[in-house]
Ligand binder design. Sequence first.
Ligand code: SF4
Length: 398
Amino acid sequence: MTGRVTPEDTGTPVPFAQFIVKAHGRCNLACRYCYLYEGPDTSWRARPARASDAVLDRTASRIAEHARAHALPAVALVLHGGEPLLAGTGRLAAFTGLVRERVPAGCHVRASVQTNATLLDARRIDTLARHGLRVGVSLDGGLPAHNALRVDHAGRPSWAAAERGVRLLARRAPGAYAGVLTVVDPRTDPVEVYESLLALEPPVLDLLLPHGNWTAPPPGLPPGDPDTAGPRTARPTPYGDWLCAVFDRWFDAGRREVRIRLFEECLGLLLGFPGATESLGLDPLNSVVVETDGSIEQVDSVKSAYEGAAATGLDVFRHSFDEALRHPAVAARQAGAAALAPACVACPLVTVCGGGHYAHRYLAGAGFRHPSVYCADLERLIRHTAARLAAAAVGSGT
Ligand code: SF4
């Protein structure tokens, strides 16, 4: 079964509210694990390095058109790469201004860039902050050893430049500092990674599981077939264990040190609130990508599955975002429980887990309708979070 879901299965599509625009399609780093440039999808090679004026102009108009058609009160504009700062901060600011100018009155544009921080200097930080662009930083931890795989194209470590950039951002423009995004490496000491990141003073931490699937599993998990992998209670949970250790450290400190989106999301879903990230929950995905050539694509994580996995065949010159909403692959991401494997539908954790990240469900030749390759890790985290929440509620007498 390929798990193909059509818009008919899902009812009315949910409009896009997050537009991820590839302002620049190359990176000044060559991180050893990068799924974008070292993974199975090589479509970036045929695309222009930088989005042209025509692509950015048309993208701004398409975003405005979508905001108007759906009377959106707000949209998120995420300037991504590669390394978006390679496009030039003036150019990023001008594009953001164009989007703000064209969306209807009353539609708020929350704009941000996601950077490896190595190019952040005072001038660039000031330009971004002045134009209302918040800055998210991608790091693997707060110490040189954590970032050993984040190297430039000559294999030289990037940590010194990244640390300089992120500390300058925290000091010079704390209001523009959106937070740090870190991919979990279970070979590291979880509490050491957490505390080292705290030292960089992020307002928010995003802890992400590395992209992998049943055919190309993440480090530490065996390859296999979800139908024959055996009971999840018998499988290793290196990522769940790592996350639980950080959760305990964070929870025991009263959750005051920093916001951790994954944990807040898990707690919220356990309490019955709607979800807001791709990693957990059953809420429809409302993000879409515009590549440097104007192609409209699904979010990048799907590229970790196979060549061309994110493609839709649509582009901003010929197609509206409404047309992208009707694309079967996008519909599958909005289908919630209708797109899940039978094992997930029957799982008692499904309203919190949601089958995990879509990209992590893939099995070559059999599509995405499977439990996550992180099924056992997700169960470990969710049950641990639920137990801590229940104990805290008893302790407080609620
Ligand atoms: S992936 Fe999540 S919802 Fe699916 S079976 Fe595993 S724990 Fe349950």
